[in-house]
Design a protein around this ligand. Structure first.
Ligand code: SF4
Ligand code: SF4
Length: 275
């Protein structure tokens, strides 16, 4: 049943490719649960979440074991992984306590080391094993067992590094206008904008410039709160573009205009004093 994840992953990739957006987000149980009413969440999203939770009451970890498309994506990465749970056959009594403890249902007691992509390194199996010599977390090239604290430490370091590096590797969240090189005579201005924090807000900020005369192209980077605007200097200038970005935003839910949603804090690297 673990293979069920592959057709689900293929369906999501196909739907995302054809729709041009993350169509799965509204159904993702984690997003529904932890976005606290995110804008993609619909009433049927809660139905999906309820069904998944009900399923997991009957079959523990059912989502993770059989359905999670992210798990399928990460499978290949487990093969070259440096850390893994390793069993010593001479010390093992084949009591199978490790098998019973594994929340992923992996058969730990029958393999020399756990190479499955489903292993989350939770180390429940190691904790359940009475013989410290029989089962341990090991690292490639290291002869001694690895302390369990290495796992959360590595995850924390990787998470902090990923967040810190994300502005450097940012790709445009939203892009409007003709692709390719800028038209001859066009100028480019880079605006750092308070309020552009996510793809949705980047979309809203970009929308403010769509009807602005002289604006030829907008690339919005939510990861670093930045708009890169290509414009015709004969028609507009950075001041006009800034005024458009800081203009009122129509709230689609209430039909009212909201003021002060976006504020330009830097223009081409130069700080702009608050109004
Ligand atoms: S570390 Fe956790 S998921 Fe991996 S085999 Fe052991 S109990 Fe199962
Ligand atoms: S719990 Fe330890 S001793 Fe028992 S089967 Fe697993 S590895 Fe072997």
């Amino acid at each position: 049943m673990r293979w069920l994840r592959l057709p689900l992953l293929a369906l999501i990739l196909w739907a995302t490719w054809t729709a041009g957006e993350l169509v799965f987000r509204g159904y993702d149980p984690y997003y529904v649960l932890f976005s606290f009413g995110g804008h993609e969440v619909q009433w049927w999203s809660w139905l999906v979440l309820g069904a998944v939770l009900a399923l997991m009451l009957v079959l523990p970890m059912a989502w993770c074991r059989w359905l999670c498309p992210l798990g399928a994506t990460l499978w290949p990465l487990a093969l070259p992984g440096a850390l893994r749970v390793t069993r010593s056959a001479p010390a093992c009594s084949s009591c199978r306590a490790c098998d019973r403890a594994c929340p992923q249902g992996l058969a730990v007691s029958t393999v020399p080391s756990v190479r499955s992509g489903d292993c989350t390194a939770c180390l429940e199996c190691v904790a359940a094993c009475r013989d410290r010599r029989a089962l341990a977390l090991t690292a490639r090239g290291v002869s001694r067992p690895i302390h369990w604290a290495v796992v959360p430490a590595l995850i924390t370091i990787a998470g902090v590094a990923a967040v810190a590096a994300s502005p450097l590797l940012a790709v445009p969240s939203v892009e409007t206008g003709a692709p390719g090189p800028a038209p001859e005579g066009a100028a480019v201005v880079s605006l750092r904008v308070a309020g552009v924090r996510c793809a949705r807000m980047a979309q809203a900020a970009t929308g403010l410039l769509e009807s602005e005369p002289g604006v030829l192209r907008v690339r919005a980077f939510a990861a670093r709160g930045e708009l890169e605007v290509t414009y015709d200097p004969a028609v507009t200038d950075p001041g006009g573009i800034r005024a458009a970005v800081e203009g009122p935003v129509l709230d689609e839910h209430t039909g009212e205009f909201r003021y002060g949603v976006f504020r330009v804090t830097e223009v081409d690297g130069t700080r702009v004093p608050p109004p």
